[in-house]
Design a protein around this ligand. Structure first.
Ligand code: NAD
Length: 444
């Protein structure tokens, strides 16, 4: 099928590449010429495991191209997927991009004679597709949805760092449909994908995405609340608690992944989606006490890491602190709402000198998010640790798990380790003379 995807970010490009790899003919619409050029050369503008290779392949096969000509691409395709950003502004969802592209799609389809399905894949609060997207499409096409056009809402569940595999092998495909024809036409895109398809109405599909993300955010904040209780019981380590809990057969290994204590959730989805759901619930006069607590607990986790550091080191003024990991999670270069950046912010405000390291973000990465902080970014772990008064592990990258007590002792001024993700064996580090502190453990 011929598909246009609007948005060349994580969701837009990964969806485009995976659909192209299934044999569909895909045009990705972006606004940034440099990014478009890069994609047309087979290079992804961000890091995602395996994406560059598959992108190169589908570009070479002429199954995927990028362009800034939205109307030409939409007119020539059968399906248009909207994957633009829906950020949180003033704690509420910002639909500016959704409105802009809905209007542009409407204009592009005004003269169209062929049946076309528009699909919202961006995360939007319930009723947005019905009450915001549909009227704009109808206004600018001058036609009614249901006759010449179809409308669907199909939330995306990919996880950055595993996005391609998630898109190619989804656990489920949710299709919120305006009518059965819309859903049926859109579902043809997934003929080759082995996954259950759940057809719902538009608002149900929108709500499934929020319920899903809020569930994972809840598990993480729940784990961090349990960590706080454990910290108050000498000799109890939350890691041992989770080891016992994870053996429960009612939990899957995938679910257990979220039941683990650390510096809290970040990224482009959980923080913004929980806040958007809270604001949306308020607009319905629904008091969501649990959701409020989930957000509140998470907002305090970076401070918890700093408190552990202060317990070990005292004042932070003039101290040289190394932060390992900048991205919000391993296998991603996404810095949005990264707990690491909140930790760095508090460190700098407290007078510390900060050196950062990340396997995928170098000082040449020129990342906007980092420009507001005065930190040194270095390219090796050893360089990062050199003469440090303390090290804070902020992102659980695999290569940090290989750090041994000897590496800390050899390079640091004083070997103080704050394990913000609980990836190290505390027994091994303590035995080797490291001052070790971790979320959910306050010593014997
Ligand atoms: P992103 O910021 O990486 O990409 C958004 C894209 O939209 C960018 O390419 C941007 O240029 C484009 N865009 C914004 N306004 C536009 C406009 N007016 N016209 C054309 N293009 C425009 O965002 P993302 O992470 O890909 O997320 C996109 C949506 O998918 C969001 O609603 C997000 O909540 C949702 N989502 C994201 C993930 C994830 O892991 N990143 C997972 C599931 C769902």
């Amino acid at each position: 099928m011929k598909v246009t995807i609007i948005g060349t970010g994580y969701v837009g490009l990964v969806t485009g590449v995976s659909l192209a790899s299934l044999g569909h003919s895909v045009v990705c619409i972006g606004r940034n010429r440099e990014k478009i050029h890069k994609i047309n050369q087979g290079k992804a503008p961000f890091y995602e495991p395996g994406l560059d290779d598959l992108l190169k392949k589908v570009v070479k096969q002429k199954l995927l191209s990028a362009s800034d000509n939205l109307s030409k691409a939409v007119e020539a395709s059968q399906v248009t997927i909207v994957a633009v950003g829906t950020p949180t502004v003033n704690n509420s969802i910002d639909l500016t991009a959704i409105k802009e592209v809905s209007s542009q799609i409407g204009v592009a389809l005004k003269q169209s004679k062929n049946y076309h399905v528009i699909v919202v894949k961006s995360t939007v609060t319930p009723k947005t597709t019905q009450n915001v997207v549909k009227p704009l499409l109808e206004k600018y096409t001058g036609k009614q949805i249901g006759k010449s056009f179809g409308l669907c809402m199909s939330p995306e569940f990919l996880r950055e760092g595993n996005a391609l595999d998630d898109a190619l092998h989804p656990d489920r495909i949710i299709i919120g449909q305006f009518d059965t024809r819309s859903g049926f036409e859109f579902s043809k895109l997934y003929k080759e994908v082995k996954a259950p398809i759940l057809f719902t109405n538009l608002a149900t599909a929108e709500m499934i995405k929020y319920a899903n993300n809020a569930l994972f955010a809840t598990l993480i904040s729940y784990s961090n609340e349990i960590a706080r209780i454990c910290e108050a019981i000498k000799g109890v380590d939350v890691i041992d608690i989770w080891e016992g809990v994870h053996l429960d057969k009612r939990l899957s290994s995938q679910t257990s992944h979220y039941i683990y204590s650390g510096a809290g959730f970040g990224g482009s989805c959980l923080p913004k989606d929980t806040k958007a759901l809270l604001a949306f619930s308020k607009s319905l006069n629904v008091d969501t006490e649990l959701l409020k607590s989930v957000i509140n607990i998470n907002s305090k986790q970076s401070r918890k890491v700093i408190n552990l550091l202060k317990e070990a080191i005292g004042t932070l003024i003039g101290k040289h602190v190394t932060v390992l990991g900048l991205s919000f999670k391993p296998n991603s270069d996404d810095l949005r709402e990264s707990a690491s950046l909140s930790i760095i912010k508090i460190l700098i405000e407290s007078g510390a000198e900060v050196t950062g390291h990340d396997p995928f973000i170098s000082k040449n990465s020129n990342r906007e998010e980092l420009k507001k902080f005065s930190i040194a970014i270095v390219s090796t772990i050893e360089e990062a640790l050199k003469d440090a008064d303390a090290v804070v592990l902020a992102t659980a990258w695999g290569e940090y798990k290989k750090i041994t007590p000897d590496v800390l002792k050899k390079n640091m001024k004083r070997p103080i380790l704050i394990d913000g993700r609980r990836i190290f064996s505390k027994e091994q580090f303590i035995k080797e003379g490291i001052i070790y502190k971790g979320i959910g453990y306050s010593g014997e």
